[in-house]
Design a protein around this ligand. Structure first.
Ligand SMILES: Cc1cc2nc3c(=O)[nH]c(=O)nc-3n(C[C@H](O)[C@H](O)[C@H](O)COP(=O)(O)OP(=O)(O)OC[C@H]3O[C@@H](n4cnc5c(N)ncnc54)[C@H](O)[C@@H]3O)c2cc1C
Length: 306
């Protein structure tokens, strides 16, 4: 069971840092609590008493949602449900609704934040590969020597290993910055131990842009999680696809190379098979959503692999 003496809900960033400084060594930050609560409740951490919980979800800087100059600025307290019900977000980040639709259920999605997902550092966190595909950076803030200072780092350098990230104990994850890609088609494939309310054991995020005149792949981004210690971009596969005419065989070749990315020591054969299938399915789905017609990808090929 999780207990606390004080539950604080600061409404400004400064007040949050004051609460952190005043309760150094005895607080824990919380946003949607969908990772913290089960961690305590399922007894994995035993009976947990955290003297002070500091709920940062109501701080305005953590609730930014701006799309400008080809980039998205997204507050860390953005709930997963927003990727489904905010049309501007889903258009600018075409992989996120595909990720959110398989994320938990309505109730959890209404609480779970994108920031909590990244900071929790699960190797199978769905938000990380989706945001890696969008070339995301994270913006972290701390109050040091009386000043709030911010630093930005690529998301790829933030996830360090299972449960480990580059966040410092005095930092808050403020926002995520990433590309706005309204012309891309997006896809997200995942598998877990059951179909709903599932935490992924492996997942793949894909984004594709197709040149309508030449039918070539103008841009492609692929990222995966759950097959190694940290989520990663599949750059070697992207390089094999970019600039090529879109065809079933080109997509098939990329998928055949996908098992090379499996670094997990357990269930290797299973993961290799899954990731091959997911890359192909994600590429087909993303290409269709980017406008690829049946001349480029036949219904038979789609039916066989999606
Ligand atoms: C039934 C169920 C189903 C789930 N399904 C999925 C799923 O499909 N896919 C998936 O990826 N996850 C899933 N999860 C896990 C969880 O919902 C997500 O990881 C969620 O995004 C965590 O966000 P949160 O706001 O609830 O985090 P919290 O539990 O509030 O916090 C998690 C950790 O992050 C820290 N933290 C949170 N926000 C910040 C911040 N802004 N700055 C610094 N530190 C911060 C907290 O201190 C804590 O250590 C599921 C959980 C449950 C209970």
């Amino acid at each position: 069971m999780l207990t606390c003496d004080d539950y604080l809900s600061p409404t400004t960033l400064d007040a949050a840092f004051e609460a952190m400084a005043a309760n150094a060594g005895r607080y824990r930050l919380v946003a949607g609590a969908t990772d913290i609560l089960p961690w305590a409740r399922e007894g994995r951490a035993g009976d947990v008493h955290i003297p002070v919980m500091i709920d940062i979800a109501g701080i305005p800087e953590l609730n930014t949602r701006e799309i400008e100059g080809g980039r998205v600025r997204l507050g860390a307290a953005t709930r997963f449900q927003r990727f489904l019900d905010d049309p501007k977000l889903s258009k600018a980040m075409p992989v996120m609704p595909r990720c959110a639709v398989w994320f938990a259920d309505d109730q959890i999605r209404e609480s779970a934040t994108i920031g909590g997902n990244l900071v929790n550092g699960s190797p199978a966190a769905d938000g990380t590969p989706a945001l890696l595909a969008l070339d995301a950076n994270v913006v972290l803030a701390a109050k040091r020597d009386g000043k709030i200072i911010r630093r930005k780092l690529p998301l790829a350098n933030f996830a360090l290993g299972p449960g480990k990230t580059a966040i410092e104990p005095d930092e808050i994850l403020l926002e995520i910055e990433c590309d706005a890609l309204p012309g891309h088609g997006g896809a997200f494939e995942k598998v877990g131990h059951r179909r709903s309310l599932v935490i992924s054991t492996a997942c793949v995020a894909a984004l594709i842009e197709i040149d309508a005149k030449t039918s070539t792949i103008r841009d492609v981004r692929l990222a995966c999680a759950g097959i190694g210690p940290v989520p990663q971009r599949m750059e070697a596969l992207e390089a094999g696809l970019k600039g090529k005419p879109l065809s079933e065989s080109v997509l098939g070749q990329a998928a055949d190379a996908a098992p090379d990315f499996v670094a997990s020591r357990t269930r290797q054969d299973y993961r290799r098979e899954v990731v091959r299938g997911f890359v192909l399915r994600a590429l087909i789905n993303a290409a269709r959503r980017a406008g690829a017609g049946h001349k480029l990808i036949s219904s038979e090929f789609e039916a066989a692999h999606v």
